[in-house]
Design a protein around this ligand. Structure first.
Ligand code: GAR
Length: 191
């Protein structure tokens, strides 16, 4: 049973999907720690409801930066909890060294587009604005770039007539909720 640490910033629906897969028995894993840089992120509440330790990451007052000291502290917390695989689930800060050195090829991210298309923020909005006919989601290993690491698996979502950024994002999220647990299960099975 692989020990997971989950980092998020928002609603935590992907963290919930991972938890649901564990409960359903389709993913042999345990979420041992949930961390959020946003003290109001619903992800923290979801974790606590499930009895999982959940804490706020101190980013030293920076709005978007993930300072080195914070990354070192997070890595130490994850290590102390016995985490073997780190899952970014809607985490809105850029993870880089020193976390990448401490968890080499052990950090996953889910991104709401078919990378390399539409990296960065609000990828679903970018897809609609661009008139894309198709988008989707990608699970990839995190490297030092923004949404650039090696792709593990993608799921496609058609953009349909009348789609707004919100309706497209909702359909992409449905795919995310099956793709992410599936990829984690495949990695867990290799351990
Ligand atoms: C998800 O759609 C995820 O792909 C996206 O944020 C959402 C978080 O939702 N991540 C990014 O855009 C990362 N660049 P959640 O908190 O409900 O899982």
């Amino acid at each position: 049973t692989i020990k997971l640490g989950v980092l998020g910033s928002g609603s935590g629906s992907n963290m919930q999907a991972i938890l649901d897969a564990i409960e359903a028995g389709t993913l042999d894993a345990e979420i041992v720690l949930v961390l959020s840089d946003n003290p109001d992120g619903y992800i923290l509440e979801r974790a606590r409801k499930a009895g999982i330790p959940a804490e706020v990451i101190d980013c030293g007052g920076f709005k978007t930066k993930f300072p080195d000291e914070s990354q070192s502290a997070v890595a130490a917390q994850l290590k102390a909890a016995g985490v073997k695989l780190v899952c970014l689930a809607g985490f809105m800060r850029l993870v880089k060294q020193p976390m990448l050195d401490i968890f080499p090829e052990r950090i996953l991210n889910i991104h709401p587009s078919l990378l390399p298309a539409y990296p960065g923020l609000m990828a679903w909005k970018q897809a609609v604005a661009d008139g894309a006919r198709e988008s989707g989601c990608t699970v990839h290993y995190v490297d030092a770039g923004m949404d650039t690491g090696p792709i593990i698996k993608q799921a496609k979502v058609a953009v349909i007539a009348g789609d707004t950024a919100e309706t497209l994002h909702a359909r992409i999220q449905l795919e995310e909720h099956s793709l992410y647990p599936e990829v984690i299960a495949a990695i867990a099975a290799q351990q």
